[in-house]
Design a protein around this ligand. Structure first.
Ligand code: AMP
Length: 395
């Protein structure tokens, strides 16, 4: 697996696919700079070698050239975070871009305009990828968030670099941390899956059953498992067409010796609202008119015990409706347990959309071993799929 550490970038121009698809407010201020900070180590290593960086990324989903999606909005923040004044060119291919690259000196950084101003990017157009490939001597992919897409800049471009292509340090770390959970893991391994739907996680569950010792199922998706086993779930969310599937998973888990832990009790509410009346009830006996919105106290205690005896933990999905303060406590308790277990030497990986948001919101990001930057890409890797952006470098 070639990474930037296998190359000396002295007097080389690296064309780097970064993921600067950052959230912007109405005044084009970046509201979360995590993705830019995550790309910094790769950029710094190349500059320190005596090379220069050509950064390419998409931002949002523009239809053709649209100024509100221009990467020029993020230029100053990128410069500040990297600590070098970054140059900008108003195109990502063609003569303007080529000229700007030709003028780039060692130690300098150039940011190209939004790749998705061209339809060819998401179509994986070979000619467009070839035009991009003219802008660097070595291709570096450091964009985990788009590694599951076979786009021109994430995948197709790699064919123009033969042995001059590699993973950036962020992408390498993402791959390593998933490997640490799925392949080279220390036992016991615990996967914690929460969130709203069984259907969106089913392929993940199927793939990890061979690899884990414990499976904690929490959040909205637990009710499908409870109803499938004859429990009364009141108004809790449930996928009625997945009841048999839930039973099949439980059976398969048993056959494979995986211990499945569902919440023993839940915080039930009489309305989907932070101000609703609440009571803690047995998850198999939720009264009519009430819905489970968070893990109960028994459940939290049980999950704590499982997490504390684990040596490897994967966490994807909240244990309740954490966006509402009154139903965030189960998710916070779980985050605390994982932090404590990590401090005791366990390896913990948090990934996939909402759990990452929860981990950041509640301040656990520095207390777990690794927080993945790619939601969809992370889920696809956990599903056991080969990601085109990764395969293209390995080829
Ligand atoms: P997902 O995108 O599938 O990971 O689901 C995340 C969403 O699940 C969050 O927005 C949570 O509010 C929601 N969620 C978690 N637990 C519950 C629950 N018990 N009832 C309804 N929604 C839930």
């Amino acid at each position: 697996m070639a990474t930037i550490n296998d190359f000396n970038f002295e007097n080389k121009k690296a064309i780097i696919r970064v993921d600067f698809n950052v959230p912007l407010d109405g005044e084009f201020n970046i509201t979360d700079t995590t993705r830019i900070e995550a790309a910094k180590p790769t950029i710094i290593k190349i500059l320190e070698d005596g090379g220069s960086c050509v950064l390419m990324s998409h931002l949002g989903r523009p239809k053709g050239v649209s100024p509100e999606f221009s990467l020029s909005h993020i230029l100053e923040t990128v410069s500040k975070i990297i600590g070098v004044q970054v140059k900008f060119v108003k195109d990502c291919i063609g003569s303007k871009a080529e000229e700007a690259v030709a003028q780039l000196k060692a130690g300098e950084i150039l940011l190209l305009e939004n790749l998705r101003f061209y339809d060819e990017e998401t179509k994986g157009d070979v000619k467009f990828a070839e035009s991009l490939s003219k802008l660097g001597d070595i291709y570096v992919n450091d964009a985990f968030g788009t590694a599951h897409r076979a786009h021109a800049s994430t995948t197709v471009i790699a064919q123009f670099f033969k042995d001059k292509k590699c993973f950036g340090s962020l992408l390498a770390k993402e791959i390593e941390s998933i490997k640490k959970v799925l392949e080279d893991s220390q036992k016991p391994v615990t996967a914690i899956l929460g969130g709203s739907k069984v259907s969106s996680k089913i392929t993940v569950i199927e793939n990890i059953l061979d690899k884990v010792d414990h499976l904690i199922i929490g959040g909205g998706m637990s009710f499908t498992f409870i109803k499938a086993q004859g429990g009364k779930i009141g108004n809790s969310i449930c996928e009625d067409d997945k009841l048999q599937l839930a039973l099949n998973i439980l059976k398969e888990a048993e056959e494979k010796g995986v211990q499945v832990h569902l919440p023993l009790d839940v915080v039930a509410a009489d309305d989907f609202s932070n101000d609703a009346n609440t009571q803690i009830v047995d998850i198999f006996n939720i009264p009519d008119g009430w819905e489970g919105l968070d893990a109960g106290l028994e459940a939290r205690k049980k999950f704590y015990d499982v997490v504390m005896q684990s040596k490897t933990i994967l966490w994807n999905g909240p244990l309740g409706v954490f966006e509402m303060e009154n139903f965030a406590k189960g998710t916070i308790a779980l985050g605390n347990s994982i932090a404590e277990s990590t401090a005791n030497g366990c390896f913990s990986l948090v990934g996939g959309g909402d759990s990452v948001a929860a981990v950041k919101q509640f301040g656990f990001a520095d207390k777990v071993s690794y927080v993945s930057t790619g939601g969809g890409a992370m889920l696809e890797m956990l599903e056991g799929k080969a990601l085109p952006g990764i395969e293209a470098i390995l080829k």
